[in-house]
Design a protein around this ligand. Sequence first.
Ligand SMILES: Cc1ncc(COP(=O)(O)O)c(C=O)c1O
Length: 342
Amino acid sequence: MINPKDIDFYSLGFEFIETRSMFVSNFKNGSWDEGKLMPFGKFEISPAACVLNYGQGIFEGMKALRAKNGEITLFRPEENGKRFNKSAKRMLMPEYDLDKFIKGIKIVVKANEDYIPPHDSGGALYIRPMLFGNGPMLGVAPAKEFKLIIFTAPVGPYFPEGFKGIDLEISKTYTRAAPGGTGSTKTICNYAGTMLPAKEAKSRGFAQILYLDAINLEFIEEVGAANFFGIINGKLATPRKTGTILEGITREAVLELASKNLGLEVEERDISYRELFEESCSEVFCSGTAAVITPIASVSFDGKQRIFNNKKPGTITTKLYEILTGIQRLEIEDKFGWMVLV
Ligand SMILES: Cc1ncc(COP(=O)(O)O)c(C=O)c1O
């Protein structure tokens, strides 16, 4: 473990850096224990564990920030807790009490407080709650024993070189999720399959893939690990919840900010990828805990490229970014009650 005093918080990226403590809770004989703080470290697991053989595991991603006034903040943690339980239910895993979840998050953040990057570094303490079937299982069936772990890692700002757009490639080779599957849950199974498409896209100079729906290969779903938005005919449009996209907590916040703060008309609908190549689509961006609000500079498909706004972040994208990060940094009044102090 690195001593936090030896970390250069001003040059962090998104690499894993071990912190002091993790929160661990075990499910055995039909119930969860109280959970406790432990030193971060390895643990034993059976080679027959359900998670290792059949991928019975879920996770969440959150951030704790250090505000200018020294407070430690979380963004809508109860929403992560609810989504955690929605994912658990879909994967036939025991749910975790919402209050206990938030308490666990606060305990682990407090215990690793000195790993939170300073306010002016733009970094955050990334929080990773996870839950998996560690009980042995030979046939395909849910485990009987489960483990919940919450660990943390300091990370740098998403835009170390300033607020800049990314180049995306629309894929008709790969899809991320199919109707009836697990796309709207944060199960680990959804992520391993996106590594090869992402690697291939990167080798062609793109930051990520823009996924289309699995049936028609026509409607936009989402970017690797972020939700998609476009300003089309002056309205803010985002793919509707079809059960195949991850229903992002930042996505919900962006919809509220766009309609309530910017007075924009918002639409949750099917968006054909073809619309991105038309003049009526003036800006595109994506949103997520890691991505915050990331402008999309261009989208490419089949040898064609649409460049947005000379690759500069659009006006609405920039406004939404400023309001969202202002609220998260306690610099703009939080009228929505989103921020929770640790
Ligand atoms: C597939 C996927 N889509 C979208 C998101 C954005 O969700 P949120 O805003 O809750 O971070 C994430 C990240 O959690 C994700 O993994």
